[in-house]
Each structure stands twice: as C-alpha cells, then as structure tokens.
Design a protein around this ligand. Structure first.
Ligand code: PLP
Length: 422
C-alpha cells in the first residue's frame, strides 16, 4: 500500500512493495532532505575550512543546519556538535563527563539502555579509560544491578519494573559521592517506554551530577526542550527522523565540561576533529526542521494507527502480551510477546509477507541474543525471545495496518499449528 502522505513520494517504489513497520530502526530519507543535500553532493563540494570562498562559504550552510538542529531540541546553536551517529554522541558525552571528574569513578545507567551506552559502560568497567575503553564487552552478558567488571570504573545498571518503568527512588539510592555521570535515555527503542527525564534531570542537578540523555527515539516524536529539562548532554541521530545515516548531533550545555572524543583539526569549535560532512549536515538540518514543523501532527497521526495495529493483533492472536507501559510510551510503537512462538521464525514469515518488523534493537538483530530490554522487564519468562516490535512512521497508512494485522494473524497461526502437529 503506497504512502498517501506526499512527503514520502520518493519512497513510493520501495514502500509499495512492503509494509515498513520498523521506523525505530531507521527511516527513509525525505525528498526535501535529499533536495537540500544535492547541491553539496554535486557543485558545492568545497571544504568549509578552506580560506577561499568556494570552501568557506559552506560555513554559513553549516551554521543554518546547526540552527535547525538546535531548534528541534530548544538549544542554542553554539551548544550543538555534529557527530557521525548517536553511538558516537553517547560515547563522547559519557567520556567527557568522566574525564572532567577523574576522581569520581562511578556511572549510573539502566539495564535497558541502547548498546551504545551499555557496551561503552561495560568496556569502561573493564579497561577503566574513557579514551580507550572501546573494546567489545561481551554483548550477551546479562546485567545485574552492579556490573562485575572489576576495573577502576564502577557502573550501576538500574533495574526497571515489569512495565519497563524506572523507579526514581532507585536512582536516588544509586547516586553516591563517587558518581560522575548519570546516563538515562528519554524513550526506549524497543518498548518506547518514556523515562521521567524531567525528574531525572532535577535529581542530578540537585546532587551536582552530570546527566546525559540518549534522546534518539524521542527526537521528532515528542517535544524536546533543553531549556525546560536541564540535561547536560543529549544525543540524537538523523536516520531516525528521515535524514541520512551517518550523521547525528550532541547537545552540550554551555557550562557542562566537554573534551573531544575525536581529536584533530579545529572543526566544530575544537570539539570534534574531522572535515565536516557538509551534505550530511545539511540533510540533518533539513530533517530537523521538518520534524519540528510536523511534530504537532505526528502523534495525532500515528497513535490511532498504532492502537489499531495493537488492538487488531492482540484481539485476534491468542496468548499475546504487551511489553512496556500502555500509557507512558511513544505513540508509534507496540511491542508484543507472542507466547509459545519464537521471534525469529515469526519475523521470517512476516518478511515473506513483505512486513518489516523486528525483535529488538536493529544493532543487535544479527546477534541471536534475546532482547535485553524485555529480559530486564520480565526476567523469569520467555518473553524476551518471543516478542516483536512494530514501529510506525508518519507515512504508515490504515491499509498497511490492516494488512499487517492479517499478515501477523496468518503467520502466528501457521507457527502455532506447526508446533501442535505431531
Ligand atoms: N540510542 C538509541 C536509543 C537507539 O535506538 C539507537 C539506534 O538504534 C542508537 C542510540 C544508536 O544510534 P546510531 O545508529 O546513530 O549510532
């Protein structure tokens, strides 16, 4: 079913052949974004650091993109740094906070963060250096409340309840005089559950602790205003809101300490070395502008469709269970456990029907690991191996949702009868 929203006209060919319900993994580039990028991919290929006009005039293009990204999050453009992705932004923020507080060796995060935070924290527990702590930390390790790394950094991985919600009393109790930084996300990528970022920021501020927020899934879906919510660092990535992959941004509050993760030239006002990718930066800026403009309609558009999908599936397939709080979550996502059915064969059957969904974070999709998020919520059940995340976008149509309900019904029936066959 092709998208009816004209903003998505360039994706018509591919979107007509599939039902894409994995917008938390990535999103298609909008035509306006591509149009904005094209001059910098063709005629305007100069280096913005050059002394001559052909290059240096691109500084104003970058400045415009900085403004556009800053406006999406209520920031001043001087406080935004372009990054290659949110993984870099997350690593850079945590590293900067740690380097600024060398005597403090404790990090607080949660068990349900994205791997770009979790694996970085685990690497820090092992290697103990925020500059070089990048080695893999055994992605499949299950998280207790205290990491068992034994290195010079100690990490507290806060638990969540059965609905994926954070208990602020746990956060209060976890913070000690040794805590350098708290890293807690805005919205979970698998369940879409929203963390109480405002209260987290207040607690951190009151205790004098730096707060980093991974806002990747929130950007373009809910209003973000760093003037109202005093985070110290906040990361976003373009490909979740219709910009290309390979570009993100990190907000750093004016008074928060920062030193680069990537050392090099004077780009990004000495905060990240490397020649700026002008086309990607322009694409991110345009996508941010469009996301801000369409934000008031986004929820109105996707929530009824998400609810239709959720009710359609849970009303027609037996033994289903919702993962994540029904109310405190983003409007575009439903995460459902299909009891007795493993995620992988179900995803394969859905793929055959042209339905794109996932069994957790796209970054871990090929790892064969159960969802660490659902495992943290429901550790004593098989829910983490039997769940599917469906995430809608502004281009999703009612027709696609109807077809997806039918497709999921057919696929689950086929798998249930395969199990009951002698
Ligand atoms: N944080 C969250 C919550 C995410 O969902 C993702 C990507 O899925 C990332 C961080 C990493 O973003 P990137 O792919 O830009 O590194």
């Amino acid at each position: 079913m092709p998208p009816t929203d004209s903003r998505f006209r360039c994706t018509l060919d591919t979107m007509a052949q599939m039902i894409y319900l994995d917008h938390n993994a990535t999103t298609p580039i909008l035509p306006e974004v591509l149009d904005a990028m094209m001059p910098c991919l063709t005629a305007e290929w100069g280096n913005p650091s050059s002394a001559y006009k052909f290059g240096s005039k691109l500084k104003s293009v970058i400045a415009t993109a900085l403004e556009q990204v800053a406006e999406l999050i209520g920031a001043h453009s001087m406080d935004v740094i372009f990054t290659s992705c949110a993984t870099e932004g997350n690593n850079a923020a945590i590293a900067a906070a740690l380097r600024a507080n060398p005597a403090k060796r404790h990090i607080v995060t949660s068990q349900v963060e994205h791997s770009s935070v979790l694996n970085y924290c685990m690497a820090l527990e092992k290697s103990g250096t925020p500059l070089l702590g990048q080695e893999g930390a055994g992605g499949g390790r299950s998280l207790g409340q205290e990491g068992a790394g034994g290195g010079p950094y100690r990490v507290t991985y806060l638990p969540v309840d059965r609905d994926g919600l954070l208990n602020l009393a746990d956060l209060e109790a976890a913070i000690t005089g040794q805590t350098a930084v708290v890293s807690l996300m805005w919205a979970n990528n698998e369940t879409a559950v929203l963390f109480p970022v405002e209260q987290v920021a207040e607690i951190c501020r009151a205790r004098g602790i730096l707060y980093h927020c991974d806002a990747v899934q929130a950007a373009g879906k809910v209003p973000i205003d760093v003037r109202k919510i005093p985070v110290d660092y906040l990361s976003v990535t373009g490909h979740k809101f219709h910009a290309p992959k390979g570009i993100g941004a990190l907000y750093v509050r004016r008074k928060a300490p920062f030193s680069p993760l990537i050392w090099g030239g004077h780009q990004e006002r000495n905060r990240r070395g490397g020649t700026e990718s002008v086309p990607l930066i322009v694409g991110l800026g345009k996508a941010a502008e469009l996301a801000r403009r369409h934000l008031p309609d986004y929820e109105k558009k996707v929530r009824p469709l998400r609810d239709q999908l959720e009710e359609g599936i849970m009303g027609s397939v037996s033994n289903t269970e919702l993962n994540g709080d029904k109310f405190q979550r983003l409007a575009n996502t439903t995460n459902i456990t299909f009891r007795g059915i493993e995620s992988e064969p179900l995803l394969i059957l859905l793929d055959k029907e042209g339905i794109c969904a996932s069994s957790g974070s796209a970054c871990l999709a090929d790892s064969d690991e159960p969802s660490h998020v659902v495992k943290a919520m429901k550790p004593t059940t098989a829910a983490s191996r039997q769940m599917i995340r469906f995430s809608l976008g502004a281009s999703t149509t009612g027709g696609e949702v109807g077809s997806a309900v039918t497709g999921v019904g057919g696929a689950t029936k086929a798998l249930q009868s395969a199990v009951t066959q002698p």
